[in-house]
Design a protein around this ligand. Structure first.
Ligand SMILES: [Zn+2]
Length: 303
């Protein structure tokens, strides 16, 4: 085979494998995003170096994908925080006002493992493989899909800081999400989905009750997709009322559903929230439901 032919073959093979890779959510790539975040240490206020590195990691992952990035700093409850907004606009759209959907996850981790069985460990930080890194990992893997195949609607990925400070020094949960809404009062996505604690090997996502009460049509759409896909992690049962980053949006009248593992796993808010609890298969179930929702957006409404 001549040199040119060989080059062509290599190019063809590369193109073929790239095309295969970009068509669906890759659970193993999502697992790698968890491992990378874990390597920085707990992403909590007393570990600013880990927080900086994590922010840079998320941005570095998104930059080559041509996402429009903006960091939004805020100060609240004696803390400094940063929300990161990555937008994948539909070609030709006016990004400020066009119809859009939001996917969100918190990128911080809880500074205190206050549910640890071992009392001496309760002031240690939660490593946050499931509670923090897993949601970020799903969003980053979705970003890879959005870059290779544009969605029919503008998609915003929002990485919220300071979700998990609740009940520490009388602070609430979802400080970052509330700050985001306050800073962007014009922001009105037609639908939003929060992913939180979605990597467990025995993933169980029942219908979270704030979402079910206030964003029922959107929730039904997501569960219909899950049923069609045979995504067994999605349980067609009543969950619990859970305070999470969807709540400030629901209070602002924006339909946002919380996909969250419940009952919480035994390692929740302990020092045992490590990557060995996670599974690429679970991440993929969630990723597949999200990508189906994104790419069929507009068709579901018509049905
Ligand atoms: Zn938490």
């Amino acid at each position: 085979m001549g040199y040119l032919n060989r080059l062509l073959l290599i190019a063809l093979l590369a193109a073929t494998s790239a095309a295969a890779d970009t068509t669906s959510f890759d659970g193993q790539l999502a697992m790698e995003h968890i491992a990378q975040q874990m390597a920085f240490g707990p992403r909590e206020p007393d570990n600013q170096q880990a927080k900086q590195r994590t922010l840079e990691y998320i941005e570095r992952s998104l930059q080559p994908l041509n996402a429009r990035l903006s960091r939004q700093h805020f100060a609240a409850y004696d803390l400094q925080g940063t929300n990161l907004w990555a937008s994948f606009p539909v070609a030709g759209s006016n990004t400020a006002t066009s119809e859009r959907i939001m996917l969100g996850a918190h990128w911080d981790t809880r500074p205190h493992a206050d549910r640890d069985r071992d009392k001496t460990r309760r002031l240690m930080a939660v490593p946050g493989a499931n509670d923090g890194a897993s949601g970020v990992a799903v969003l980053l893997e979705i970003a890879r899909l959005l870059a290779s195949k544009p969605a029919p609607i503008t998609v915003d990925l929002i990485f919220f800081d300071l979700e998990d400070m609740g009940q520490i020094n009388n602070r609430p949960f979802s400080i970052g999400a509330r700050q985001f809404i306050a800073a962007n009062p014009q922001y009105r996505p037609s639908a939003g989905i929060i992913v939180d604690m979605v990597c467990d090997k025995n993933l169980s996502i029942p219908r979270e009750l704030f979402s079910q009460t206030r964003a029922r049509p959107l929730m039904d759409q997501l569960w219909a997709i899950a049923t069609r896909q045979g995504a067994s992690a999605f349980k067609n049962s009543r969950g619990h009322y859970i305070s999470d980053d969807h709540l400030p949006f629901l209070e602002a009248g924006i339909p946002v559903v919380d996909l969250i593992h419940y009952p919480f796993p035994t390692y929740w808010h302990t020092t045992e929230d490590s990557i060995d609890k996670c599974s690429g298969h679970s991440l993929k179930q969630v990723g597949n439901v999200l990508s189906d929702f994104i790419y069929t957006y507009g068709q579901n409404q018509a049905r």
